[in-house]
Design a protein around this ligand. Structure first.
Ligand code: COA
Ligand code: NAP
Length: 269
């Protein structure tokens, strides 16, 4: 079930937009007649996302770019803007994660997640800035509850996403005068996604326990997140900037934490 907002002719760029939650967001904007650019590391993911969006009738551009590569990210914006014009909505959601106790985590294991989630987000927003529509652009970062609820086995992702959210607030301050809004969406456990599979519910038992911990007693859907992104990208959200908005059935009120940690304990032995 999706809200209906007309994005005809608007250019929406979704970084990390070829699978999961971010692809759900790209699909939602495409359904609202936006011109959509999707970017990620793997050629096969980009090809599949482009084919699927095109089949649904969207105007779409796909780019292979690793967010850790500042120049590649810049080139992706130059290409996509040449095709579809200035960026009206930017979604920055590329991320990597795994469960690991801090004392077992290698330096490179910590670094790889910070490099993708935090440094990568900086690269995306920094390279986008010259190409954002001014005034009017909406920047949406996809963060996670680990950024404000500390969770075991998530030292790397918690630190990285906390940085992502502070980047949201700082750039909302710096770019507000240009009429650019910057916000973070913090999804709860979204069923059927890679993040959910990796972190929340390796077993049926974990799944049942996790569901009980969500105050609304259900996992989230791709549409739950896409609807919030559609709203934040629109003029109806024209006075919202610098906000961190959980979309999680109330889970960030601490209660998904025991579920994630129990799943982690089981997965790590
Ligand atoms: N436990 C402990 N350490 C791990 C690990 C795990 N499950 N998975 C990876 N690492 C460590 C590796 O050992 C390596 O450290 P080392 O060089 O000291 O051995 C480091 O992390 C980098 O791993 P590598 O596989 O080379 O990185 P990559 O760039 O190919 O992949 C990841 C990045 C690890 C984040 C990978 O999981 C990924 O690509 N994820 C994207 C999808 C995803 O996670 N989606 C969910 C989003 S919430
Ligand atoms: P996902 O399907 O693995 O999505 C991650 C996306 O980022 C993929 O398109 C991936 O494509 C891309 N990506 C990964 N590393 C990249 C890199 N270095 N450069 C460019 N693109 C890269 O996972 P998801 O679970 O849907 O998560 C999406 C977002 O939601 C993430 O920011 C995550 O932290 C957040 N989140 C998820 C949940 C959940 O329940 N799933 C909960 C809270 C927050 P390639 O592999 O092709 O690069």
């Amino acid at each position: 079930m999706q809200i209906d907002l007309d994005y005809t002719g608007r250019h929406v760029v979704v970084f990390g937009g070829t699978t999961g939650i971010n692809f759900g967001i790209a699909q939602a904007f495409a359904r609202q007649r936006a011109r959509v650019t999707v970017a990620s590391r793997k050629q096969d993911n980009v090809d599949a996302a482009v084919a699927s969006l095109r089949e649904a009738g969207a105007e779409v551009h796909g780019v292979v770019a690793d967010v850790r590569d500042f120049e590649a990210v810049g080139a992706a914006f130059v290409q996509s803007v040449a095709r579809f014009g200035p960026v009206d909505v930017l979604v920055s959601g590329a991320a990597g994660n795994f469960l690991c106790a801090a004392e077992a985590m290698s330096s490179n294991g910590f670094k790889v997640v910070v490099d993708i989630d935090l440094v990568g987000s900086f690269h995306v927003l920094r390279q986008a800035h010259a190409h954002l529509r001014k005034p009017g652009a909406s920047v949406i970062q996809i963060t996670a509850p680990q950024s404000f609820v500390p969770m075991r086995y998530q030292a790397h992702a918690g630190a990285a996403k906390a940085g992502v959210d502070q980047l949201t607030r700082t750039l909302a301050l710096e770019w507000g005068r240009e009429g650019i809004r910057v916000n973070s969406i913090s999804p709860g456990p979204i069923d059927g996604t890679e993040g959910f599979r990796k972190l929340m519910a390796p077993t049926a038992e974990d799944r049942a326990f996790a569901q009980e911990q969500v105050p609304l007693r259900r996992f989230g859907s791709l549409d739950d997140i896409a609807n919030l992104a559609l709203f934040l990208g629109s003029p109806y959200a024209g006075y919202i900037s610098g906000a961190l908005i959980p979309c999680d059935g109330g889970g960030a009120l601490e209660s998904v934490k025991p579920a994630l940690e129990a799943a982690g304990r089981r997965a790590l032995g």
